[in-house]
Design a protein around this ligand. Structure first.
Ligand code: GA4
Length: 329
């Protein structure tokens, strides 16, 4: 495992540290151990040597940029995100706002449904770049999950990846566009930190994020400090979701992350959220539990968790409702 160098990074008027984010070389025979360690310590890691052609990323990036550069009235013709569709500043339906525009799609293990969102113009190229990208990234997410199973020495090897490969996998995909904010100082109330996408954990199993070369993404370390993640358009970042936290009975932690607006450059990110089928029970994997170990969570299905999560605000501690209260005698 390589660790990225420690630097500081200027994000508008505030200086945020960047930390030693684990970098995993997928071709390294030891990758399974490094990934597992990174998921335990950070819930976050960067993947290099992933084998996904750069073209797969840049094609979609180009098509997405074309969409977000359309006149506002054209973008407004796309169905408003509820939750799937085009969104502008409003995130979810519980009052969260951010300096962001987005397209949110639903996807199972095979295809990003064209029915969920109607893209203006001749959208065939858009859909083909999108499906090519999502297929490649899903395969990579499955490989990462298989390495995790291996690293944790649990059987079968596909115990986690099967959730994303299931035909009924309830996954989604999001294109986020953060326009440069020239009024950043004024809008941020003078502290220079305007929220692009507010702090949150992802409810699913695993998320894979790729962005253009613009800063903004930050993760929260276990001690609560926010650190900036230096952008890298050739790599992918893996985020542990709430469901994986539960399946590992808290050995892995869903990482809190957020995006800050940038005053100069637009940020464009693409995120695949790998989720289980709706009827899947989300519970600690029995092959991982030690003798006498009890689940930290109440029993629930992905459908129950998702329903509850979509009623929360971004920064809420969504898993709290499902944690077993420890009795102190
Ligand atoms: C966070 C992860 C994904 O982007 C998402 C988001 C969803 C949305 O944008 O509609 C949510 C958010 C996310 C969690 C809490 C609820 C639902 C916005 C929100 C306030 C698509 C997801 O699955 O959960």
């Amino acid at each position: 495992m390589v660790v990225s160098s420690q630097t500081t990074l200027q994000n508008s008027s505030h200086i945020f540290k960047t930390c030693n984010i684990p970098v995993i070389d997928m071709l390294d025979p030891q990758a399974k151990f490094h990934i597992t360690k990174a998921c335990q310590e950070f819930g976050f890691l960067k993947v290099v040597n992933h084998g996904i052609p750069n073209e797969t990323m840049t094609n979609l990036e180009g098509d997405a940029a074309k969409f977000f550069n359309l006149p506002q009235c054209e973008k407004n013709k796309v169905c408003p995100a509820n939750p799937f569709g085009y969104g502008n500043k409003r995130i979810g339906s519980n009052g969260d706002v951010g300096w962001v525009e987005y397209l949110l799609f639903t996807t199972n293990s095979e295809i990003v449904s064209e029915k969920s969102v109607s893209i203006p113009g001749n959208s065939q190229l858009f859909w083909s770049s999108l499906n090519e990208y999502v297929t490649a990234v899903r395969n990579m997410a499955c490989l990462v999950l298989e390495k995790i199973a291996d690293g944790l020495t649990i059987e079968p090897k596909n115990v986690l990846s099967r959730l994303l490969r299931d035909q009924k996998s309830d996954s989604c995909f999001r294109l986020n566009y953060y326009p440069p904010c020239t009024e950043l100082e004024a809008l941020s109330g003078g502290n220079g930190n305007l929220i692009g996408f507010g702090e949150h954990t992802d409810p699913q199993v695993i998320s894979v994020i790729r962005s253009n070369n613009t800063t903004g993404l930050q993760i929260s370390l276990r001690d609560g400090t926010w650190v900036s993640v230096p952008p890298d358009q050739y790599s992918f970042f893996i985020i542990v979701g709430d469901s994986l936290q539960v399946m590992t009975n808290g050995r892995f932690r869903g990482v809190k992350h957020r995006v800050l607006a940038n005053s100069l450059k637009a940020r464009l990110s693409m995120i695949y959220f790998g989720g289980p089928p709706l009827n899947e029970k989300i519970a600690p994997l029995s092959s991982l539990m030690e003798e006498g170990e009890e689940s930290l969570y109440k029993e629930f299905t992905w459908h129950e968790y998702k329903k509850s999560a979509y009623k929360t605000r971004l920064s809420d501690h969504r898993l709290g409702l499902f944690e077993k209260k420890i009795e102190v005698s």
